[in-house]
Design a protein around this ligand. Structure first.
Ligand code: ZN
Length: 414
Protein backbone atom coordinates (compact mmCIF):
# COMPACT_ATOMS: atom_id res chain seq x y z
CA UNK A 1 0.00 0.00 0.00
CA UNK A 2 1.46 3.38 -1.03
CA UNK A 3 0.21 6.90 -0.36
CA UNK A 4 1.19 10.05 -2.25
CA UNK A 5 0.92 13.28 -0.25
CA UNK A 6 1.10 16.08 -2.77
CA UNK A 7 0.53 19.84 -3.06
CA UNK A 8 2.78 20.49 -0.02
CA UNK A 9 3.62 24.21 0.03
CA UNK A 10 6.59 23.76 2.37
CA UNK A 11 8.32 20.46 3.13
CA UNK A 12 10.70 20.94 6.07
CA UNK A 13 12.75 17.75 5.94
CA UNK A 14 15.20 18.33 8.85
CA UNK A 15 17.48 15.97 6.90
CA UNK A 16 21.28 16.10 6.86
CA UNK A 17 21.26 18.99 4.38
CA UNK A 18 18.53 20.86 6.31
CA UNK A 19 16.50 20.99 3.09
CA UNK A 20 13.23 22.90 2.82
CA UNK A 21 11.36 22.08 -0.43
CA UNK A 22 8.53 24.12 -2.01
CA UNK A 23 5.64 22.65 -4.05
CA UNK A 24 6.71 19.21 -2.90
CA UNK A 25 5.35 15.70 -2.53
CA UNK A 26 6.12 12.65 -0.36
CA UNK A 27 5.33 8.97 -0.97
CA UNK A 28 4.73 6.58 1.94
CA UNK A 29 5.20 2.86 1.27
CA UNK A 30 4.01 0.80 4.21
CA UNK A 31 5.70 2.27 7.31
CA UNK A 32 8.54 3.99 5.45
CA UNK A 33 9.11 7.04 3.27
CA UNK A 34 9.89 5.81 -0.24
CA UNK A 35 10.17 9.07 -2.20
CA UNK A 36 10.20 12.85 -1.81
CA UNK A 37 10.77 15.68 -4.24
CA UNK A 38 9.03 18.24 -6.47
CA UNK A 39 5.28 17.57 -6.76
CA UNK A 40 5.55 17.74 -10.57
CA UNK A 41 7.90 14.71 -10.57
CA UNK A 42 5.97 12.54 -8.11
CA UNK A 43 5.41 8.88 -9.02
CA UNK A 44 1.96 7.29 -8.97
CA UNK A 45 0.73 5.62 -5.76
CA UNK A 46 -2.25 3.52 -4.62
CA UNK A 47 -3.90 6.57 -3.07
CA UNK A 48 -3.32 10.32 -3.15
CA UNK A 49 -3.78 12.93 -0.44
CA UNK A 50 -4.01 16.60 -1.41
CA UNK A 51 -2.20 18.60 1.29
CA UNK A 52 -3.96 21.73 0.04
CA UNK A 53 -0.90 24.00 0.09
CA UNK A 54 -0.07 23.21 3.72
CA UNK A 55 3.30 22.67 5.41
CA UNK A 56 4.62 19.19 6.20
CA UNK A 57 7.16 18.52 8.98
CA UNK A 58 8.57 15.40 10.61
CA UNK A 59 6.37 14.33 13.56
CA UNK A 60 7.58 15.66 16.90
CA UNK A 61 10.01 13.44 18.81
CA UNK A 62 9.30 14.02 22.51
CA UNK A 63 12.43 12.70 24.24
CA UNK A 64 11.47 13.55 27.84
CA UNK A 65 8.13 12.80 29.49
CA UNK A 66 6.87 11.32 32.78
CA UNK A 67 3.50 9.79 31.85
CA UNK A 68 3.18 6.87 34.29
CA UNK A 69 1.38 8.54 37.16
CA UNK A 70 -1.93 9.08 38.89
CA UNK A 71 -3.21 12.01 40.91
CA UNK A 72 -3.26 15.74 40.64
CA UNK A 73 -1.00 18.59 41.76
CA UNK A 74 -3.21 21.57 41.02
CA UNK A 75 -2.84 22.84 44.58
CA UNK A 76 0.96 22.85 44.31
CA UNK A 77 0.71 24.69 40.98
CA UNK A 78 -1.60 27.30 42.51
CA UNK A 79 0.78 27.78 45.43
CA UNK A 80 3.68 28.22 43.04
CA UNK A 81 1.79 30.76 40.97
CA UNK A 82 1.04 32.58 44.24
CA UNK A 83 4.75 32.91 44.87
CA UNK A 84 6.00 29.72 46.54
CA UNK A 85 9.19 28.45 44.94
CA UNK A 86 9.58 25.03 43.36
CA UNK A 87 11.54 22.32 45.14
CA UNK A 88 11.94 18.66 44.19
CA UNK A 89 9.74 17.35 47.04
CA UNK A 90 6.33 17.54 45.32
CA UNK A 91 7.13 14.27 43.58
CA UNK A 92 6.13 12.45 46.80
CA UNK A 93 2.49 13.47 46.31
CA UNK A 94 2.39 11.77 42.91
CA UNK A 95 4.17 8.70 44.28
CA UNK A 96 1.42 8.18 46.85
CA UNK A 97 -1.33 8.41 44.24
CA UNK A 98 0.54 6.22 41.74
CA UNK A 99 1.19 3.41 44.22
CA UNK A 100 -2.50 3.18 45.11
CA UNK A 101 -3.72 3.03 41.49
CA UNK A 102 -4.36 -0.29 39.71
CA UNK A 103 -2.37 -1.48 36.70
CA UNK A 104 -5.47 -1.08 34.56
CA UNK A 105 -6.02 2.54 35.56
CA UNK A 106 -2.34 3.49 35.33
CA UNK A 107 -2.23 2.04 31.81
CA UNK A 108 -5.45 3.77 30.80
CA UNK A 109 -4.21 7.13 32.10
CA UNK A 110 -0.87 6.78 30.30
CA UNK A 111 -2.53 5.74 27.04
CA UNK A 112 -4.76 8.79 27.20
CA UNK A 113 -1.72 11.04 27.59
CA UNK A 114 0.03 9.39 24.64
CA UNK A 115 -3.11 9.85 22.51
CA UNK A 116 -3.22 13.52 23.51
CA UNK A 117 0.41 13.93 22.38
CA UNK A 118 -0.11 12.09 19.08
CA UNK A 119 -3.17 14.19 18.26
CA UNK A 120 -0.89 17.24 18.45
CA UNK A 121 1.75 15.84 16.12
CA UNK A 122 4.01 13.76 18.38
CA UNK A 123 4.95 10.52 16.61
CA UNK A 124 7.81 9.18 18.76
CA UNK A 125 7.84 9.41 22.51
CA UNK A 126 9.99 8.52 25.50
CA UNK A 127 8.62 8.12 29.00
CA UNK A 128 10.08 7.33 32.41
CA UNK A 129 9.41 5.48 35.62
CA UNK A 130 10.03 7.50 38.78
CA UNK A 131 6.74 7.72 40.64
CA UNK A 132 6.93 4.18 42.06
CA UNK A 133 10.11 4.61 44.11
CA UNK A 134 10.02 1.09 45.52
CA UNK A 135 11.01 -2.12 43.80
CA UNK A 136 7.51 -3.36 43.07
CA UNK A 137 6.14 -0.05 41.82
CA UNK A 138 9.17 0.90 39.73
CA UNK A 139 9.04 -2.51 38.01
CA UNK A 140 5.29 -2.09 37.47
CA UNK A 141 5.78 1.42 36.05
CA UNK A 142 8.50 0.17 33.68
CA UNK A 143 6.30 -2.67 32.48
CA UNK A 144 3.32 -0.37 31.85
CA UNK A 145 5.55 2.24 30.17
CA UNK A 146 6.89 -0.41 27.79
CA UNK A 147 3.35 -1.02 26.54
CA UNK A 148 2.54 2.64 25.78
CA UNK A 149 5.78 4.43 24.78
CA UNK A 150 8.44 3.99 22.08
CA UNK A 151 11.32 4.34 24.56
CA UNK A 152 11.39 3.69 28.30
CA UNK A 153 13.77 5.17 30.88
CA UNK A 154 14.37 3.88 34.41
CA UNK A 155 14.21 6.81 36.85
CA UNK A 156 14.22 5.02 40.19
CA UNK A 157 16.62 7.82 41.18
CA UNK A 158 13.92 10.50 40.96
CA UNK A 159 13.64 11.23 44.68
CA UNK A 160 14.52 9.47 47.94
CA UNK A 161 11.12 8.28 49.21
CA UNK A 162 9.94 9.50 52.61
CA UNK A 163 11.25 7.44 55.51
CA UNK A 164 14.19 6.01 53.62
CA UNK A 165 17.86 6.75 54.07
CA UNK A 166 19.42 8.21 50.90
CA UNK A 167 22.39 5.81 50.92
CA UNK A 168 20.20 2.79 51.51
CA UNK A 169 17.83 3.88 48.72
CA UNK A 170 20.70 4.47 46.28
CA UNK A 171 21.85 0.90 46.93
CA UNK A 172 18.36 -0.37 46.12
CA UNK A 173 18.26 1.70 42.88
CA UNK A 174 21.66 0.32 41.82
CA UNK A 175 20.87 -3.28 42.78
CA UNK A 176 17.59 -5.18 43.08
CA UNK A 177 15.39 -2.40 41.62
CA UNK A 178 17.62 -2.12 38.54
CA UNK A 179 17.44 -5.87 38.03
CA UNK A 180 13.64 -5.77 38.28
CA UNK A 181 13.16 -3.04 35.64
CA UNK A 182 15.87 -4.22 33.25
CA UNK A 183 13.63 -6.31 30.94
CA UNK A 184 11.48 -3.25 30.15
CA UNK A 185 13.89 -0.33 29.75
CA UNK A 186 16.58 0.91 27.35
CA UNK A 187 17.67 3.99 29.31
CA UNK A 188 18.46 5.08 32.85
CA UNK A 189 18.28 8.56 34.33
CA UNK A 190 19.09 10.28 37.63
CA UNK A 191 17.75 13.53 39.11
CA UNK A 192 21.10 15.06 40.07
CA UNK A 193 20.00 18.10 42.05
CA UNK A 194 19.97 19.60 45.51
CA UNK A 195 17.15 17.84 47.37
CA UNK A 196 17.34 14.79 45.09
CA UNK A 197 20.62 12.89 44.45
CA UNK A 198 24.06 14.31 45.14
CA UNK A 199 27.11 13.85 42.94
CA UNK A 200 28.37 10.69 44.62
CA UNK A 201 24.95 9.02 44.61
CA UNK A 202 24.33 10.07 41.00
CA UNK A 203 27.68 8.68 39.96
CA UNK A 204 26.90 5.31 41.54
CA UNK A 205 23.50 5.14 39.82
CA UNK A 206 25.00 6.02 36.42
CA UNK A 207 27.81 3.49 36.79
CA UNK A 208 25.51 0.64 37.85
CA UNK A 209 23.07 1.34 35.00
CA UNK A 210 25.89 1.66 32.48
CA UNK A 211 27.33 -1.66 33.67
CA UNK A 212 23.88 -3.19 33.17
CA UNK A 213 24.00 -2.11 29.51
CA UNK A 214 21.56 0.81 29.65
CA UNK A 215 21.98 4.08 27.77
CA UNK A 216 22.19 7.09 30.08
CA UNK A 217 20.39 10.40 30.53
CA UNK A 218 20.63 12.93 33.38
CA UNK A 219 18.25 15.50 34.89
CA UNK A 220 20.79 18.21 35.64
CA UNK A 221 21.35 21.89 36.42
CA UNK A 222 17.64 22.68 36.73
CA UNK A 223 17.54 24.57 40.00
CA UNK A 224 21.13 25.78 40.20
CA UNK A 225 24.62 25.07 38.98
CA UNK A 226 25.81 21.61 39.94
CA UNK A 227 27.59 18.48 38.79
CA UNK A 228 24.82 17.15 36.48
CA UNK A 229 26.19 18.32 33.13
CA UNK A 230 29.74 17.35 34.04
CA UNK A 231 28.65 13.84 35.06
CA UNK A 232 26.53 13.41 31.92
CA UNK A 233 29.46 14.27 29.66
CA UNK A 234 31.89 12.15 31.69
CA UNK A 235 29.63 9.09 31.42
CA UNK A 236 28.87 9.68 27.72
CA UNK A 237 25.16 10.15 28.44
CA UNK A 238 22.98 10.56 25.34
CA UNK A 239 21.40 13.64 26.86
CA UNK A 240 21.37 15.99 29.83
CA UNK A 241 18.02 17.58 30.43
CA UNK A 242 16.89 20.95 31.89
CA UNK A 243 20.33 22.73 31.68
CA UNK A 244 19.00 26.03 33.05
CA UNK A 245 22.02 27.01 35.13
CA UNK A 246 25.25 26.42 33.24
CA UNK A 247 28.77 27.56 34.01
CA UNK A 248 31.16 28.40 31.19
CA UNK A 249 32.88 25.08 31.94
CA UNK A 250 29.55 23.22 31.53
CA UNK A 251 28.91 24.79 28.12
CA UNK A 252 32.50 24.09 27.05
CA UNK A 253 32.19 20.45 28.16
CA UNK A 254 28.96 19.99 26.18
CA UNK A 255 30.48 21.64 23.10
CA UNK A 256 33.64 19.53 23.39
CA UNK A 257 31.53 16.37 23.54
CA UNK A 258 30.43 17.12 19.94
CA UNK A 259 33.83 18.13 18.58
CA UNK A 260 34.44 14.70 17.07
CA UNK A 261 31.03 14.53 15.42
CA UNK A 262 30.30 15.41 11.83
CA UNK A 263 26.56 15.74 11.40
CA UNK A 264 27.03 16.92 7.84
CA UNK A 265 27.94 13.57 6.35
CA UNK A 266 24.45 12.11 6.49
CA UNK A 267 21.68 11.37 8.92
CA UNK A 268 23.95 8.94 10.69
CA UNK A 269 26.54 11.59 11.34
CA UNK A 270 29.98 10.20 11.95
CA UNK A 271 32.61 10.17 14.63
CA UNK A 272 31.92 10.26 18.33
CA UNK A 273 28.48 11.38 19.39
CA UNK A 274 28.26 13.79 22.28
CA UNK A 275 25.69 14.64 24.93
CA UNK A 276 22.55 16.39 23.66
CA UNK A 277 21.39 19.37 25.73
CA UNK A 278 17.63 18.95 26.12
CA UNK A 279 15.73 22.14 26.94
CA UNK A 280 12.30 21.92 28.55
CA UNK A 281 10.80 25.40 28.12
CA UNK A 282 7.26 24.49 29.21
CA UNK A 283 8.72 23.34 32.53
CA UNK A 284 10.77 26.51 32.88
CA UNK A 285 7.65 28.65 32.42
CA UNK A 286 5.60 26.53 34.81
CA UNK A 287 8.26 26.75 37.53
CA UNK A 288 9.19 30.36 36.74
CA UNK A 289 12.80 29.38 36.22
CA UNK A 290 14.96 31.24 33.71
CA UNK A 291 14.78 29.62 30.28
CA UNK A 292 17.73 27.44 29.36
CA UNK A 293 20.39 29.19 27.24
CA UNK A 294 19.45 27.38 24.03
CA UNK A 295 20.78 30.11 21.74
CA UNK A 296 24.19 30.08 23.39
CA UNK A 297 24.35 26.27 23.36
CA UNK A 298 23.56 26.13 19.63
CA UNK A 299 26.08 28.87 18.89
CA UNK A 300 28.84 26.90 20.62
CA UNK A 301 28.11 23.76 18.56
CA UNK A 302 26.04 21.77 21.05
CA UNK A 303 23.27 19.58 19.61
CA UNK A 304 19.97 20.68 21.10
CA UNK A 305 16.66 18.92 21.75
CA UNK A 306 13.34 20.39 22.86
CA UNK A 307 10.97 18.18 24.86
CA UNK A 308 7.73 18.64 26.79
CA UNK A 309 8.79 17.12 30.15
CA UNK A 310 5.07 16.31 30.46
CA UNK A 311 4.52 15.55 34.17
CA UNK A 312 1.93 16.42 36.79
CA UNK A 313 4.15 18.67 38.92
CA UNK A 314 6.16 21.05 36.82
CA UNK A 315 5.05 20.82 33.18
CA UNK A 316 1.60 19.40 32.65
CA UNK A 317 1.53 19.75 28.88
CA UNK A 318 2.35 17.39 26.03
CA UNK A 319 2.30 20.23 23.49
CA UNK A 320 5.56 20.22 21.54
CA UNK A 321 4.19 23.10 19.47
CA UNK A 322 4.06 25.18 22.65
CA UNK A 323 7.73 24.33 23.32
CA UNK A 324 8.70 25.28 19.76
CA UNK A 325 6.75 28.56 19.98
CA UNK A 326 8.46 29.43 23.28
CA UNK A 327 11.89 28.53 21.91
CA UNK A 328 11.38 30.95 19.03
CA UNK A 329 9.72 33.79 20.93
CA UNK A 330 11.77 33.67 24.12
CA UNK A 331 14.93 31.59 23.55
CA UNK A 332 15.76 33.31 20.25
CA UNK A 333 15.91 30.17 18.11
CA UNK A 334 14.85 30.45 14.48
CA UNK A 335 11.74 28.47 13.53
CA UNK A 336 13.92 26.02 11.60
CA UNK A 337 16.24 25.55 14.59
CA UNK A 338 13.35 25.06 17.03
CA UNK A 339 11.58 22.55 14.78
CA UNK A 340 14.89 20.73 14.28
CA UNK A 341 15.44 20.49 18.05
CA UNK A 342 11.89 19.12 18.50
CA UNK A 343 12.30 16.49 15.76
CA UNK A 344 15.86 15.54 14.75
CA UNK A 345 17.26 16.74 18.11
CA UNK A 346 14.88 14.51 20.06
CA UNK A 347 15.78 11.58 17.83
CA UNK A 348 19.48 12.25 18.46
CA UNK A 349 18.83 12.34 22.22
CA UNK A 350 17.22 8.89 21.89
CA UNK A 351 19.80 7.45 19.50
CA UNK A 352 17.14 7.08 16.80
CA UNK A 353 18.28 9.69 14.26
CA UNK A 354 19.70 6.95 12.08
CA UNK A 355 18.31 3.58 11.19
CA UNK A 356 18.81 0.57 9.07
CA UNK A 357 16.55 0.28 6.06
CA UNK A 358 17.31 -3.44 5.83
CA UNK A 359 16.40 -4.70 9.29
CA UNK A 360 13.60 -2.21 9.72
CA UNK A 361 14.87 -0.20 12.71
CA UNK A 362 14.01 3.02 10.99
CA UNK A 363 15.29 6.50 11.68
CA UNK A 364 12.82 9.01 13.12
CA UNK A 365 12.88 12.79 13.43
CA UNK A 366 13.56 13.70 9.80
CA UNK A 367 12.00 13.15 6.38
CA UNK A 368 14.22 11.08 4.09
CA UNK A 369 13.90 7.93 2.00
CA UNK A 370 13.96 4.84 4.24
CA UNK A 371 13.04 6.72 7.39
CA UNK A 372 9.90 5.91 9.36
CA UNK A 373 6.93 7.73 7.84
CA UNK A 374 6.26 9.99 10.84
CA UNK A 375 4.68 13.10 9.37
CA UNK A 376 2.90 16.19 10.69
CA UNK A 377 0.77 18.28 8.34
CA UNK A 378 0.09 21.78 9.66
CA UNK A 379 -3.03 23.76 8.95
CA UNK A 380 -0.76 26.55 7.73
CA UNK A 381 1.34 27.23 4.63
CA UNK A 382 4.64 27.28 6.55
CA UNK A 383 6.18 26.18 9.84
CA UNK A 384 6.68 29.86 10.67
CA UNK A 385 3.01 29.92 11.66
CA UNK A 386 3.91 27.86 14.77
CA UNK A 387 5.49 31.00 16.23
CA UNK A 388 3.57 33.61 14.21
CA UNK A 389 0.22 32.28 15.51
CA UNK A 390 1.08 31.23 19.08
CA UNK A 391 -1.52 29.16 20.89
CA UNK A 392 -3.48 28.25 17.78
CA UNK A 393 -3.82 24.46 17.33
CA UNK A 394 -2.23 23.90 13.92
CA UNK A 395 -2.11 20.10 13.66
CA UNK A 396 -4.10 19.10 10.58
CA UNK A 397 -3.05 15.49 10.04
CA UNK A 398 -0.54 13.04 11.52
CA UNK A 399 0.98 9.83 10.14
CA UNK A 400 2.78 7.55 12.58
CA UNK A 401 4.84 4.78 10.96
CA UNK A 402 2.80 5.39 7.80
CA UNK A 403 -0.59 5.13 9.50
CA UNK A 404 -2.92 8.14 9.53
CA UNK A 405 -3.78 8.95 13.15
CA UNK A 406 -7.11 9.97 14.62
CA UNK A 407 -6.75 13.72 14.51
CA UNK A 408 -10.13 14.04 12.82
CA UNK A 409 -8.64 16.18 10.11
CA UNK A 410 -6.62 13.19 8.86
CA UNK A 411 -9.71 11.90 7.09
CA UNK A 412 -11.01 15.27 5.97
CA UNK A 413 -7.84 16.00 4.03
CA UNK A 414 -8.41 13.08 1.63
ZN1 ZN B 1 11.87 15.21 33.91
Amino acid sequence: MSTLITNIAELMTQDAEHRVLRDAAVVIEGERISWLGPAADAPAADEAVDAGGRALLPGWVDSHTHLIFAGDRTAEFEARMAGESYSAGGIAVTTGATRSTSDFDLTRLAMGRVAEAVSQGTTYLETKTGYGLDLENEARSARIASTVADEVTYLGAHLVPAGMDAEEYTELVCGPMLAAVLPYVRWADVFCEQGAFNEDQSRRVLQACKDAGLGLRVHGNQLGEGPGVRLAVEFGAASVDHVNYLSVADIDALAASWSGWDAGTGQRGSGTRGTVATCLPACDLSTRQPLAPGRELLDTGVQLALASNCNPGTSYTSSMAFCVTTAVLQMRLSVHEAVRAATYGGALALGRESGNDVDGERAVGSIAVGHRADLHLLNAPSATHLAYRPGIPLTHAVWRAGVAQGVGAAQAVR
